[in-house]
Design a protein around this ligand. Structure first.
Ligand code: SAM
Length: 472
């Protein structure tokens, strides 16, 4: 029985409700009148229900699809402006006791190089990341209570926050580790993490169980209810995601929206971010079974429809996607991207020799951070290295309220410009710096509050003179 307020996975993600919504969407995919009604509701920028969004996702009317894309683009601009937050993943360990059939870290993979960073190696990796200009990391690790216990993750977070090298600093550590207990979530919160990220992979219980035949991740309910436990542990910024390509995409699209609805209704705060990873080829993974079955067009439609359905949520796309694909979805709703990522354990300080490959999957976008930053700016985006909200305690519902009020133009925008300025001063190539300084000058006009504007001017001058870490 479907119940958005239920603590039970199978009730807040009801298979029956998803199946009915799928049928409803199929039935109405050409229903111009209904689609117009849904679009009118979406224009209020308060989001859509999973069922309404499913109709848009299935819509096959060309003119309506163009309206969907245009609306997604507008909503993105209204809530997030032209800022794109930058981050990098940091793989701590690929030891894993799970049997995830699409992931090369699965226990039965005996030829992948198993690695776990020591604290000294973490210092080297993070120093290399700081030297690129990164300020925000997403920690990644396999699930292994012996090799990667929570104490190891906590110690690593402490090490990372403690590394101060030249003007570098990691100011926000997000964490993507396996579902765990309320007690461990509380420890992660106390360690000062930003977002807790956990991908559902698929919301389809039967497929989920087949894809995760062994290990603790096999438990669908424990995995699906993890975000509730994380919030019970005090983490109020959580990041959802499904791995597109594993299962029927419409099913998982509805599932992730139901999950967002559940968090908002039951916990009072929706997801801080939604990630849209797509399956990639990887070591020891059968390419005939896992061939990334979603076209770029469908992928773009998914991004646009999530943006419309959950206007307040940050949306993340990783280097699993190519430059071309990222370019397309940036317009449609993405607010955060990774740059210069390595998916191997220890790949930043020193590239891995081929015979020691520990990578999770091949990335499609291999550019340097400087190239990515310049590319974003040339398209009119402001790459942002901002981490202010979480450091100022603007998390959970406080962040959502700020975002929904539209006041971020006097807060996030200046912060984005100042952190970009830091990047340009400390890490950018000559050419990128030129493009960036010009962009910052233009973008000052976007700040509407004259007092804020004056302050930003001062802060930018101070940054140029060597001071760091100003924020609103
Ligand atoms: N071990 C943790 C867990 O199980 O949730 C999280 C860390 S794992 C390194 C991060 C994510 O990588 C997984 O949740 C999965 O969605 C994604 N992933 C695994 N195999 C992949 C593949 N072949 N292509 C793309 N993404 C993959």
């Amino acid at each position: 029985m479907y119940d958005v307020m239920s603590p039970k996975a199978e009730e807040f993600i009801s298979h029956e409700e998803i199946s009915d919504s799928l049928a409803y969407a199929r039935e109405h995919k050409d229903d111009r009148k209904l689609i117009d009604q849904i679009l009118a509701k979406a224009r209020e920028r308060k989001g859509l229900s999973h069922r309404e969004a499913a109709v848009l996702l299935d819509c096959e009317l060309e003119d309506k699809n163009q309206e969907i894309y245009a609306l997604a683009e507008q909503i993105k601009k209204d809530f997030y402006g032209n800022r794109i937050v930058m981050f990098a993943p940091l793989y701590l360990s690929n030891y894993c006791v799970n049997g995830c059939e699409y992931c090369p870290y699965h226990l039965k993979n005996k030829h992948i190089a198993r690695k776990k960073l020591t604290q000294e190696e973490i210092v080297k990796e993070v120093t290399a990341l700081q030297d690129m200009g990164h300020k925000r990391l997403a920690l990644e690790a396999g699930e292994d209570p012996v090799n990667n216990p929570i104490e190891y993750i906590l110690e690593s977070i402490k090490t990372i926050y403690g590394i101060k090298h030249k003007n570098g600093a990691i100011r926000r550590v997000n964490v993507n580790i396996a579902a765990t207990t309320v007690e461990n979530y509380r420890k992660l919160k106390e360690a000062g993490i930003g977002t807790y990220i956990l991908f559902q992979e698929t919301y389809h219980k039967e497929s989920y169980q087949k894809l995760h035949p062994t290990g603790p991740k096999h438990d669908y309910a424990y995995h699906t209810e993890a975000m509730d436990r994380a919030m019970d542990g005090g983490i109020d910024d959580v990041g959802l995601g499904v791995l597109f390509g594993l299962n029927n995409y419409q099913y998982d699209f509805i599932g992730i929206l139901m999950h967002a609805e559940h968090l908002e209704a039951y916990k009072g705060v929706g997801p801080h971010t939604i990630s849209v990873p797509r399956l990639r080829r990887a070591d020891d993974i059968d390419p005939d079974v896992f061939d990334n079955g979603i076209s770029d067009e469908i992928f773009a439609k998914i991004v646009a429809c999530i943006r419309i359905a959950v206007p307040y949520t940050g949306m993340i796309v990783s280097t699993r996607e190519s430059q071309k694909c990222r370019e397309k979805v940036l317009h449609l709703g993405i607010s955060q991207i990774s740059g210069a990522s390595r998916t191997s354990v220890g790949g930043y300080a020193q590239p891995e020799p081929e015979e020691e490959n520990s990578a999770q999957f091949d990335v499609s976008d291999n550019r340097t951070l400087d190239e990515v930053v310049k590319w974003l700016m040339e398209m009119g985006y402001v790459p942002s290295f901002c981490t202010a909200c979480y450091r100022e305690g603007r998390t959970g519902d406080r962040f959502m309220t700020l975002l929904k009020s539209g006041q971020i133009v006097n807060c996030c925008h200046p912060n984005a410009l100042m952190t970009l300025k830091e990047y340009l001063e400390d890490y950018a190539s000559e050419e990128t710096r030129k493009v960036g300084d010009q962009l910052i000058e233009q973008e000052m006009d976007v700040i509407t509050n004259p007092k804020v504007k004056e302050k930003v001017k001062d802060y930018l001058a101070n940054i140029h003179n060597g001071q760091r870490d100003f924020r609103f």
